[in-house]
Design a protein around this ligand. Structure first.
Ligand SMILES: NC(=O)c1ccc[n+]([C@@H]2O[C@H](COP(=O)([O-])OP(=O)(O)OC[C@H]3O[C@@H](n4cnc5c(N)ncnc54)[C@H](OP(=O)(O)O)[C@@H]3O)[C@@H](O)[C@H]2O)c1
Length: 303
């Protein structure tokens, strides 16, 4: 009778979740509710650009786990606002980690495929050399380093090409543009793994469950790559979105090279991440992006 009752329900665990209005944060806000007392905060309650406000908030809440799903994610705008991007993505995670140390909490944080330069032709592993091409990528890498320096138990989950039915998402942008245009030109030479925000949140739940069972096991902490299986170009991703939506009949998708679509921030041409370390440590596989895209399109948005 008790075997099915999740063990963590007996733990008096308090989770502080930042970024509750984001793609991943919104999903986590629903999915982590069964894990303990969840204190979800948005920018109004905790603004990560106000560095001095971070430690008092953590001391006040006294969490056992901090999950930082908040970030400056406007990749192109970051080129114009390097200081703000660096404060939120580079400095704030380290301050959160130092505050976590004071209250004895662990930290789960998300990072990005954009810490790599895309020159590889095989999926990046956690120990591969980083070399960001953009301010956003640099700021996220600085965040990873500042967390590692704090000397607390942490998990950094690097993911890629996040989409969902809420917020600023490639999926929503393509559907909107397709409803307004007969033809769309989409980059076809950047390769990555589209990853549904809900898949990340569900994986975080599984990871947290196992982490809580064995917090002192070194193989369950550090940096992990976490993306949906498979690969695509942005053009391939857009094609699949439209084939699963009504707009497929009308809108033509023209594949173009990155050089025909210059953006302020340079993106890696190849940013597939290997999930091998995650699969070995936590014993589960991520779903294929084709399957999750179907599930996402027929789902109800988290927020
Ligand atoms: N999106 C991607 O394709 C992608 C790819 C790889 C990795 N990642 C990483 O994955 C994580 C989750 O990304 P996401 O796509 O879920 O991000 P998102 O949808 O853009 O959400 C970002 C969240 O951060 C919050 N935020 C921004 N500035 C803040 C500040 N100064 N103080 C407090 N909160 C602030 C936002 O709040 P507001 O609603 O108030 O703006 C929002 O809740 C991030 O670490 C991101 O770097 C993202």
């Amino acid at each position: 009778m008790f075997a099915k009752y999740p063990f963590y329900k007996s733990l008096p665990m308090k989770i502080l979740l930042t970024g509750k209005t984001g793609q991943v944060g919104g999903e986590l806000n629903n999915i982590l509710k069964d894990m303990g007392e969840l204190v979800s905060v948005g920018r109004e309650q905790l603004d990560l650009s106000e560095i001095d406000s971070i430690e008092p908030a953590v001391l006040d809440i006294q969490p056992d786990i901090i999950i930082n799903a908040a970030a400056y994610t406007a990749v192109d705008k970051a080129e114009e606002e390097p200081e703000l991007a660096t404060t939120i993505n580079g400095v704030a995670p380290g301050v959160l980690a130092e505050a976590a140390k004071k209250v004895g909490a662990s930290l789960i944080h998300y990072s990005t495929d954009y810490v790599f330069d895309g020159r590889s032709d095989t999926p990046y592993r956690e120990e591969d050399a980083t070399c960001p091409l953009s301010i956003y990528g640099e700021s996220k890498l600085a965040g990873e380093k500042s967390i590692a320096e704090a000397g607390i138990p942490y998990l950094i989950l690097r993911t890629s090409w996040i989409y969902s039915l809420q917020g600023k998402s490639f999926l929503r942008t393509i559907k909107k543009l397709a409803s307004e245009n007969d033809m769309l030109r989409i980059v076809d030479d950047q390769i990555g793994a589209p990853t549904w925000a809900r898949s990340i949140a569900l994986a975080t739940h599984k990871i947290l469950e196992q982490y809580l069972r064995n917090k002192t096991e070194p193989s369950l902490s550090g940096i992990f790559h976490l993306t949906c299986q498979g690969k695509s170009s942005w053009h391939g991703f857009a094609k699949e979105i439209l084939s699963l939506s009504d707009a497929s009949q009308k809108t033509q998708l023209l594949p173009i090279p990155t050089s025909d679509y210059p953006t302020p921030a340079v993106r890696p041409l190849y940013s597939l991440l290997s999930n091998d370390k995650l699969e070995k440590a936590f014993a589960f596989k991520m779903p294929h992006w084709h399957d999750t895209l179907k599930d996402c399109i027929s789902s109800t948005p988290a927020i």
